[in-house]
Design a binder for this molecule. Structure first.
Ligand code: 5GP
Ligand code: ZN
Length: 114
């Protein structure tokens, strides 16, 4: 998926404010933040939606949460609280078809989500 915007961010072809990266994942600030802290964690490898996650990706999926934890700690919101969200397909509001975990924090969250 050479023209996927998040693949391009992962390759460094489009600038992003990276807050964490390792061999498999990269985390960067959302361009249109919905909270004082709004970071996206993505796998470097293109996976379009949650529906495309295979059994062999189980460790990768778990690593998304370990990265979220690291980001929350680094942003100083781990104890106050933060929300992780991954939207799947149009009715959930997915707009970029490369899986990404939203990390939202820094304000009180509402429930249920809109
Ligand atoms: P979704 O709606 O698919 O769950 O979330 C996509 C998110 O990606 C949105 O919050 C949007 O603001 C963010 N986004 C879209 N394009 C870019 C970009 O080029 N750079 C960054 N940093 N975020 C982006
Ligand atoms: Zn991609």
């Amino acid at each position: 998926m050479t023209d996927c915007i998040f693949c391009r961010i992962a390759r460094g072809e489009i600038p992003a404010e990276v807050v964490y990266e390792d061999d498999e994942l990269i985390a960067f600030r959302d361009l249109n933040p919905q909270a004082p802290v709004h970071v996206l964690v993505i796998p470097r490898r293109h996976i379009a939606t949650i529906n495309d996650i295979e059994p062999g990706d189980a460790e990768l999926a778990g690593r998304l949460y370990l990265a979220a934890r690291k980001v929350a700690e680094a942003e100083g919101v781990a104890e106050r609280g933060y929300r992780t969200v991954m939207n799947c397909n149009s009715e959930a509001g997915q707009s970029v078809y490369h899986i990404h975990m939203h990390i939202l924090a820094g304000r009180a969250m509402q429930w249920p989500p809109g």
